[in-house]
Design a protein around this ligand. Structure first.
Ligand SMILES: CC(C)(COP(=O)(O)OP(=O)(O)OC[C@H]1O[C@@H](n2cnc3c(N)ncnc32)[C@H](O)[C@@H]1OP(=O)(O)O)[C@@H](O)C(=O)NCCC(=O)NCCS
Length: 202
């Protein structure tokens, strides 16, 4: 969501809040009387209950995955192409989250080729939530679904890469049992380093 344009930063926010009210979605944090985040690790007040549904991604979600990947990951490389391609080719198993009536986020898990692959290690390829839907528990629900699916697929270890400066992402992963196990220098196509994290399942 851009901050410029004819609405300006706060005009745009009011416009989004009117849309949210019309669609029964929660108001943004700032107009709900809370302070805007000052940095990536702003501690949030407990969220109110939001209506979040998770479903497997369908082919028609490709455009959504592309558009959100652009917003969330374009500074790291051509992920707006890579992630939809991984989904369409079957490399990744994707879920989407619906908040109210709007598609709000997705997560993608690497598919293990077959039942007899050993050891059963799978990578969380991506998790992203639309900027307008953040802080309402969507990331949380997507992580729960990824872990549920990994258990169903008998995954023994979940691994992931995330940018070393992505503190909100790392907080989400730590909350779900991931621990850091190294840094991979210049992991991303644009040259950023990645923190490697893993979670033992079971
Ligand atoms: C990281 C991301 C997926 C979180 O999604 P979200 O829907 O806003 O997260 P939730 O509201 O469900 O929060 C779940 C947990 O994530 C962590 N978290 C999320 N945002 C945070 C923030 N700004 N600061 C600190 N921790 C945060 C917390 O542990 C939080 O639990 P808590 O509320 O009990 O403290 C979202 O910010 C995003 O899409 N970022 C861009 C893409 C990205 O960085 N993905 C991760 C790397 S692949």
């Amino acid at each position: 969501m851009g901050n410029g344009g004819r609405f300006g930063k706060y005009g745009e926010q009011k416009r989004m809040d009117r849309l949210r009210q019309a669609r029964n979605l929660p108001l943004s944090r700032t107009t709900a009387g809370e302070h805007p985040p000052s940095d990536g690790l702003h501690r949030r007040k407990p969220r109110r209950k939001a209506r979040i549904a998770i479903r497997p991604a369908e082919l028609s979600d490709e455009a959504f995955i592309r558009s959100l990947s652009r917003k969330a990951f374009q500074q790291y490389g051509p992920y707006e192409d890579l992630l939809p391609n991984w989904f369409l080719s079957g490399i990744g198993i994707a879920f989407v989250a619906v908040l109210g009536k709007r598609t709000a986020g997705y997560a993608m898990l690497e598919r293990i080729p077959n039942l007899y692959t050993c050891p059963r290690v799978s990578e969380l390829l991506a998790i992203a939530v639309e900027p307008w839907a953040r802080n309402w528990g969507v990331g949380e629900r997507l992580m729960e679904e990824i872990i549920r699916k990994a258990n169903l697929l008998l995954v023994e270890r979940l691994v992931l890469h995330t940018a070393v400066d992505n503190l909100p992402g790392q907080a989400l992963f730590r909350k779900h049992g991931f621990v850091a196990n190294g840094v991979e220098k210049e992991f991303y196509p644009e040259g950023q380093d990645a923190l490697m994290m893993q979670k033992e399942m079971g």
